[in-house]
Ligand binder design. Structure first.
Ligand code: UFG
Length: 329
């Protein structure tokens, strides 16, 4: 298929492009490089510098004619979305509407959308399945849920089929070392742990040790980005061949605590990784993990790299290529 990957120069996007090329699809990346990086582009993919906020950029891209697109061009920092909702409204919501309108105009009938477990809010039960009520607790999560609703309407009215993929905690790097771009100013646990291990930060702050979990720290479901990428390929092929839309959770189904993650990182990196327990971070749920049974059944998803050791070792391998953030050795 001819596939347009919006946000294909980013952390998850670059892994998706690699997987799409590997599956024999022809890929064009659309990215404004605000967080994506030229170094993440693959020689086998075309590149369009464009911004989803500008409908003319999006129109021009879709006019090239695509069978499907993968939409990952979004802001994703939960805390920032509560401080600057405007940014999330314009980029995540308006940008997606630009994408959907252009897809409709130019006959692109299949959309894979990067959604999030943030659509659920605090869980009423775990593991979280697709029937779990949605109740986002951040503006970021709200934008993801709202876009899922737009997708359902565009399916009904315009016949655009979609796969909404609700990622749990994306982590890790391609195990073959082919993707080495570090996220700028990372906000998530594993990159922060890696920055401490690399000596770029003095210590890790662990947010809360009084949760009702086995060691008092929060439980999350970390899923390897290459496993996520494979799900995009399978989902695109599924919706295109069946003419059927789909909403699935993508998690490893294994809950790992923050302390377990840090201890594994100490073992794998051989570094001390100083850590201090501090108060809870507002908005953190105590335990979040998925059941991905539906993804296994429908899109034949079979995560292979989402064990803690592979997540950490593949990330550490990339950090070791740098002497400072953004500076390669
Ligand atoms: N944590 C720390 N210290 C840090 C950073 C994180 O203790 O410096 C803890 C958090 O409190 C949390 C866990 O590590 O318990 C994971 O935190 P992240 O910020 O890495 O991830 P979140 O679970 O908060 O959110 C992530 C994505 C969201 C997505 C969500 C879905 O960032 O976009 O997973 O589960 F919506």
């Amino acid at each position: 298929m001819k596939v347009l990957v919006l946000g294909g120069a980013g952390y998850i996007g670059s892994h998706v492009v690699k997987a799409m090329l590997g599956a024999g699809h022809s890929v064009t990346v659309f990215d404004n490089l605000s967080s994506g990086q030229l170094g993440n582009l693959f020689p086998g993919a075309d590149f369009i510098a464009g911004d989803i906020r500008h409908s003319s950029d999006v129109e021009a891209a879709f006019a090239r004619g695509f069978d499907g697109c993968v939409h990952l061009a979004a802001y994703k920092a939960v805390g920032e979305s509560m401080a600057q909702p405007e940014k999330y409204s314009v980029n995540n919501i308006t940008g997606t509407l630009n994408m959907l309108n252009a897809a409709g105009t130019h006959g692109c009938k299949n959309v894979v959308f990067s959604s999030s477990a943030a659509v659920f809010g605090s869980p009423q039960y775990v593991p979280i399945d697709e029937k779990h009520p949605t109740n986002p607790e951040s503006y970021y999560g709200f934008t993801k849920l709202e876009i899922e609703r737009f997708l359902a309407w565009y399916d009904q009215i315009k016949g655009i089929k979609y796969a909404a993929l609700r990622y749990f905690n994306a982590a890790g790097y391609s195990v073959d070392g082919s993707i080495t771009g570090l996220e700028r100013n990372p906000q998530n646990l594993l990159p922060i742990v890696m920055e401490v291990a690399s000596g770029w930060r003095k210590e890790l702050q662990i947010f809360g040790r009084d949760y009702n979990t086995r060691d008092g720290t929060c439980v999350r479901d970390y899923v390897h980005v290459s496993d996520l990428a494979e799900a995009h390929v399978n989902a695109l092929e599924y919706i295109a061949s069946r003419g059927e839309s789909l909403t699935v959770n993508l998690g490893s189904e294994t809950g790992v605590t923050v302390t377990e993650m840090v201890e594994a990182a100490r073992r794998i990196t051989g570094k001390d990784i100083p850590a201090a327990y501090v108060g809870r971070r507002s908005g953190d749920a105590s335990a979040l993990f998925a059941t991905s049974e539906l993804a296994r059944k429908t899109i034949r998803w079979n995560p292979k790299h989402s064990d803690v050791d592979t997540l950490i070792a593949s990330t550490w391998a990339v950090y070791q290529k740098y002497s400072a953030p953004g500076v390669k050795k």
